[in-house]
Design a protein around this ligand. Structure first.
Ligand code: PLP
Length: 400
């Protein structure tokens, strides 16, 4: 009896949270899986569940789903199978590690210089720390006094001994767009033997992307940032590049990523790309409108906008002066509004990225990151502003 009552209470709480309308403004951390996408995963799990390496028709159907997903990603990047390979990974963390260690293990025996920036995601930052421990000369390019990383600063960090340059396209904490295309084009002209890698996680299916315009040899992407499930990512690897794999095994995916391919996740990723590719510019305009509206309304109530207007419209970083990020985050959470304090990937660890971007010390403890999706509405922003404004009054009272 007690057991039943306990479960009834737990389910009551669960239902309450499910029914209550949520305002989810944390899409740079992760996104809701689209219905078409979960349907695709369900099909691959319950009907096309063969092993893609099997020679019978169940295997061939599973292989077809993988080929479909590769095609969608290639279309999105503007590449063909003559130009390179799509390799599926467990996410962008694995993709970034595979790119950085894969290139340097194969090509870094003589060329010991590698270049990155000081505003990368930890999956790139820490991989470069490890290269440094292994004896590589690591050059980390920082934003200048205006908080800008110029193409010239990236180009001039590269020399004839440089094996790899890795720079992200869109910063995950404030949406800053790095001049990767301009820099990589110049680098490829001057140093054709230097490999270029771009972590495109926060740009893929958000900004128009072209592998050719970026002049990038290896691109990493992640499924859960684009309404596909967590645990799936992809890499584009230009033809001719030989990456030393992180793992050895059955030799699937050209030996770069051994292990039976997770077909449901791969098919779900491909489906998300297909759906989003069809409406990239409408979604971009929608995000721009929401972003402009949020900037205006939040400024009116006294929040300080930190993201530059030229940043990706999908991410808006702001500070609510003198209120700690976590305090405001939990205050908003009580009203079912979900935001992030800086970057969710760092799990509560303070990030150095705002300091790198020259955010005033006064605001460093008060940063909130909003990140939008096609589902975000102006009324979500109105509700947010009302809650932030209440927070500013109530939390200020607590402080006194
Ligand atoms: N790179 C960037 C820019 C990110 O924002 C993230 C996650 O937030 C990652 C890499 C890691 O992606 P994943 O969670 O797929 O490993």
């Amino acid at each position: 009896m007690y057991f039943l009552r306990y479960h009834a209470i737990i389910w009551g709480f669960r239902l309450y949270y499910i029914m209550k309308e949520q305002i989810y403004l944390d899409n740079a951390a992760t996104t809701k899986v689209m219905t078409e996408v979960s349907g695709a995963a369900a099909y691959a799990m319950t009907e096309a569940y063969g092993n893609p390496s099997s020679l019978h028709h169940m295997g061939i159907e599973a292989e077809r789903l993988i080929t479909y997903s590769k095609k969608q990603i290639m279309l999105a990047l503007g590449v063909t199978s003559e130009q390179g390979e799509i390799i599926f990974t467990s996410g962008a963390t694995e993709g970034n590690n595979t790119a950085i260690f894969g290139v340097t293990e194969t090509y870094g025996k003589r060329k010991k210089r590698v270049v990155t920036t000081t505003v990368e995601h930890p999956s790139v930052e820490k991989a470069f720390d490890r290269l440094e421990e292994k004896g590589f000369e690591v050059v980390r390019v920082s934003p200048d006094e205006n908080g800008e990383i110029t193409a010239e600063s990236l180009v001039s960090a590269v020399n004839e001994n440089t094996c790899l340059i890795s720079a992200m396209l869109v910063n995950n904490e404030n949406g800053y767009i790095l001049p990767v295309g301009e820099a990589f084009q110049k680098i490829k002209k001057r140093y054709p033997e230097c490999f270029t890698h771009c972590d495109c996680v926060q740009g893929f299916e958000k900004l128009p992307l072209s592998q050719k315009k970026l002049q990038v040899d290896i691109i990493t992407m992640s499924g859960h940032k684009i309404h596909a499930p967590k645990g799936i990512g992809a890499m584009f690897i230009r033809k001719g590049i030989r990456l030393t794999p992180l793992m050895v095994g059955g030799g699937q995916q050209k030996g770069i990523r051994s292990g039976t391919e997770p077909v449901p996740m791969i098919y779900a990723f491909g489906k998300a790309v297909e759906v989003l590719n069809g409406n990239l510019s409408e979604r971009y305009s929608h995000a721009s409108e929401i972003n402009a509206y949020a900037r205006e309304k939040l400024s009116e109530i006294g929040a300080v906008i930190l993201s530059d207007v030229s940043a990706s419209p999908y991410i808006l970083s702001l500070a609510v002066p003198d209120i700690r990020s976590e305090t405001m985050l939990h205050f908003l959470e009580e009203r079912n509004i979900y935001v992030s304090s800086g970057s969710a990937c760092s799990k509560g660890k303070t990030s150095d990225v705002p300091t790198e971007f020259k955010v005033s010390e006064r605001y460093l403890d008060s940063i909130i990151r909003l990140s939008f999706s096609f589902e975000t509405s102006k009324s979500d922003i109105d509700a947010l502003c009302e809650a932030v404004s209440d927070g500013m009054k109530n939390l200020a009272k607590i402080r006194k």
